[in-house]
Write a protein that binds this ligand. Structure first.
Ligand SMILES: Cc1cc2nc3c(=O)[nH]c(=O)nc-3n(C[C@H](O)[C@H](O)[C@H](O)COP(=O)(O)OP(=O)(O)OC[C@H]3O[C@@H](n4cnc5c(N)ncnc54)[C@H](O)[C@@H]3O)c2cc1C
Length: 373
């Protein structure tokens, strides 16, 4: 009997848990630990902020869903993982202490390193959670004139909601007849990050059509009550501000030597953690280049689960992950963009445009919800 522990109840952890529950015989125990019992479909948070859906449309309860799938769910904070002793330290109302495992899937996502930008916590809105998205949505509804700044801080690895927020805000202002300026701020030029130019170039005419400006090479170092300030002292004043903060890996593996300098876990293409046995890592937590996206977490979780099952059954892990970027930027209408690109191999990208992709994105959200809740 193997005792499999999965840390993190996001896309990576949930998909790994379900895949393992389907593939492993019932004698093996599967436990999923996460700090919240709610699964949240993050790609819908922009729509939540702008009143296009309700919280219950985009979240479900893991405490109710997981036992039906033969997965034990524990709501707790993971303080530390000791990969050599094969144990994790948990703190929660039902458990406060160590939990042992035979095999581990590490899927704790990213940490929001807001402390890296002075004043972020006090002055900036963000979208990385239900409460934060609703609070930003309220501020956006009260915004009628002035300058809206929507952007990414250095180390933020998530551009889709930046563009989607700018488009949703532009449409809201247009519908009310309000006239305000919107500027997207990026820390570098799009060509400097993997896949960045592939996304920025096809969106340029769409931004222009909505009169959205794009300020590049502006690495935000400080946020004051009135302005964002770059590392070299330039200032841009704002009346409404939404920023994706810097990301880092979660701290549970600190001082194990398994993570890189930003805290992301080093894995090979089978999703096995380099330097540790019987340990896999998936999702935003891993050190692959480029944007951090839900569909990558899902694919990595499938690969990790398949290989973990092989390992438990005494076979060599043979499933391999290929790093591809597939995304939809919902413009709210006919300029919605679909992009697919392989990030590890040179090759063509596929681009699609049209309302269809917005429907497809929402259909995917519903499909995920019905399949997993
Ligand atoms: C606003 C927004 C829009 C997005 N849009 C898209 C999109 O259009 N397309 C796309 O593909 N991706 C999108 N993403 C990115 C996508 O949501 C992430 O890549 C995905 O959630 C990563 O999954 P994950 O399982 O690795 O991490 P997460 O989903 O972050 O899950 C990690 C889980 O671990 C838990 N956890 C973390 N630390 C601890 C701890 N110490 N103890 C206990 N539990 C802990 C967290 O509570 C969470 O449940 C978007 C994200 C946001 C925020």
């Amino acid at each position: 009997m193997a005792n499999v522990l999965i840390l993190g109840g996001g896309f990576g952890g949930v998909v790994a848990a379900e895949h393992l529950a389907k593939s492993l015989s019932p004698e093996h125990q599967i436990t999923l630990v996460s700090r919240s019992s709610d699964f949240v479909f993050y790609p819908a948070l922009v729509r939540l902020a702008f009143g296009k859906c309700e919280v219950e449309d985009i979240s479900y309860n893991l405490l109710e869903a997981m036992p039906n799938r033969r997965v034990r769910f524990i709501e707790a904070e993971v303080a530390r993982v000791d990969p050599h002793a094969r144990k994790a330290s948990l703190r929660g109302s039902d458990i406060d202490g160590d939990i042992k495992y035979d095999y581990l899937v590490y899927a704790l996502g990213r940490r929001l390193a807001t402390e890296q930008v002075t004043g972020f916590f006090e002055h900036a809105h963000h979208l990385l959670g239900v409460k934060a998205a609703l609070k930003f949505g309220e501020a956006a509804r009260d915004f009628h004139e002035g300058h809206a700044v929507i952007g990414s801080c250095p180390g933020a690895r998530l551009e889709v909601p930046v563009y989607e927020t700018a488009f949703a805000l532009a449409r809201q202002l247009e519908a009310r007849g309000d006239r305000a300026r919107i500027t997207i701020i990026s820390p570098e030029t799009p060509g400097e990050r993997p896949g960045g130019a592939d996304l920025a170039n096809p969106l340029r005419p769409t931004l222009a059509a909505h009169h959205i400006e794009h300020l590049k090479s502006f690495p935000i170092a400080e946020v004051t009550a009135k302005a964002v300030v770059s590392g070299d002292g330039r200032e841009v004043e704002y009346d409404l501000l939404m920023l994706v903060p810097p990301f880092e890996g979660a701290s549970a593996l600190a001082s194990t030597g398994l993570a890189d300098e930003e805290g992301y876990v080093r894995v090979d293409h089978t999703m096995r953690v380099s330097g540790a046995e019987r340990m896999y890592a998936v999702g935003d937590a891993v050190y692959f280049s480029g944007p951090k996206m839900g569909h990558m977490a899902v694919r990595q979780a499938e690969v990790a689960a398949e290989n973990l099952v092989a390992e438990i059954e005494g076979r060599e892990p043979s499933a391999h992950y290929n790093h591809e970027m597939t995304l939809v930027v919902d413009e709210g209408g006919k300029d919605t963009l679909y992009l697919h690109k392989n990030l590890w191999e040179e090759g063509d990208k596929t681009i699609g445009r049209g309302r269809f992709w917005g429907w497809a994105k929402r259909a995917h959200e519903k499909y995920f919800q019905t399949q997993h809740s």
